[in-house]
Design a protein around this ligand. Structure first.
Ligand SMILES: [Zn+2]
Length: 422
């Protein structure tokens, strides 16, 4: 649990009205001035860090207000920064934060886990008639939901991200290479999620209810409340990346929090994956572990505005639920020369065949389950011969639905950099 929380001491005040009407492209400015241990002197490291931030810039569309105390006479602030090289807090009085800019301090030091990420914070003082507006600006940067109670948005000025200097790193932007190397792209994507508020922001905590995350975007993506690891800062650990059980990934593991990859960094759109905010990452084959639809939904719940078109519809499979009589109908677009078998399970462990296999036809197939169990029930669609999407999972929850595409990994036992706790 190395993620750090920001500590705010400012009260909730009146809404701060943004004067901008159009959301602008947000810029993530990477600041290496605190990288005094020279982590980013390694070949390919800054290019990979930039690529990760380019990815987030490509999906986020928030309009964040400028912070410049010179425009607020009688008021002041001190930016407080988690120094990646020391772990201590450095202070930058009167720092100017340009509009639509998020400043990410990046560096390295010796960590137990692979990486660490979180927001940066501040202290402030004010006097005069504008002081409450000044405080609101610092807390929200013009995002009204950040001032709501409970908060539903965030307007951070920046964060810090740290990578362990005691590991050997793979800076490839397209593949995991093994050989004991930790995948920088994977860890950086995960830690930037923390820096942007997942597991750390007040608006994230708005939706933490015990061991469940109830954010509306995330639950729509997952098909129900998303299971959380204790502490509420990660999705539930699938438990497959410990040094004693380093099997990496088991498709039928009931602890999996599965979603589908957003196409990036050499991974195909729709590839089934343990969601990136699992607390422990380990290597599964040659693919990098990347952002999934569930992390994009989580950022949306934190309050980030997500550009449209980031999550594309599933190309081949869909599920519909008849809510009138409680029946579930699985629908998919069948290809010729394939055999499909539908199974169901309440536990993801014992699968029961539903009817006869559907074969030798193309076009839309509607497969009814006229008597689904009460509550959560998983469906599995096997396709033979295998293809890039040879198994589909679906979860029916009476009146909601969830579907993801499962691709069986070929080499799940290659897990030589397990226990990347972070
Ligand atoms: Zn983490």
């Amino acid at each position: 649990m190395n993620d750090f929380r920001l500590a705010r001491s400012l009260g909730v005040g009146a809404l701060y009205a943004s004067t901008s009407l159009l959301a602008s492209a947000m810029e993530i400015e990477i600041d290496y001035t605190l990288d005094t241990n020279g982590f980013f002197n390694q070949a390919g490291s800054k290019e990979a860090m930039r690529a990760v931030c380019d990815y987030f810039e490509g999906i986020l569309a928030d309009d964040l207000a400028r912070i410049d105390q010179a425009q607020w006479p009688g008021n002041s602030w001190i930016a407080r920064v988690r120094n990646p090289a020391t772990g201590n807090v450095d202070t930058f009085p009167g720092k100017v934060i340009p509009a639509n800019t998020y400043i990410l301090y990046a560096g390295g030091r010796n960590l137990n886990g692979a990486g660490q990420g979180g927001q940066n914070f501040y202290s402030a003082s004010g006097s005069g008639p504008n002081s409450q507006q000044w405080f609101d600006l610092l807390q929200s940067r013009g995002e009204p939901g950040a001032l709501a109670n409970p908060p539903t948005d965030a307007g951070p000025w920046g964060g810090s991200i740290t990578f362990s200097t005691s590991r050997t790193w793979n800076f490839s932007q397209t593949a995991s290479v093994g050989g004991g190397r930790s995948d920088f792209i994977t860890i950086a994507l995960h830690e930037v999620c923390h820096a942007l508020g997942m597991g750390t922001e007040d608006s994230w905590n708005t939706y933490v209810n015990g061991a469940s995350f109830t954010g509306p975007k995330s639950t729509a993506s997952y098909g129900g409340n998303v299971p959380l690891q204790s502490g509420g800062r990660h999705w539930r650990d699938d438990g497959m990346c410990t040094s004693s059980t380093a099997t990496g990934y088991s498709p039928s593991n009931p602890l999996n929090v599965l979603s589908r990859a957003v196409g990036q960094f050499g991974v195909t759109e729709g590839q089934n994956q343990i969601a990136l905010l699992d607390p422990v990452s380990c290597r599964v084959g040659s693919k990098l572990k990347v952002m999934t639809a569930l992390e994009v939904a989580g950022l949306d719940d934190v309050g980030w505005e997500i550009k449209t078109g980031i999550i594309t519809p599933l190309p081949e499979l869909a599920i519909s639920v008849n809510q009138d009589n409680g029946a579930v109908t699985l629908s998919w677009l069948a290809n010729p020369d394939r055999v499909y078998q539908v199974q169901e399970s309440g536990t993801l462990q014992d699968w029961v065949d539903l009817g006869n296999p559907v074969s030798l036809r193309s076009g839309p197939v509607n497969f009814p389950d006229g008597d689904p169990p009460i509550g959560r029930n998983f469906y599995r669609l096997h396709v033979d011969p295998p293809s890039s999407s040879d198994v589909a999972f679906a979860l029916a929850n009476r009146s909601s639905y969830y579907l993801t595409v499962e691709t069986e990994p070929n080499d799940v036992s290659d897990c030589d950099i397990c226990a990347d706790g972070h």
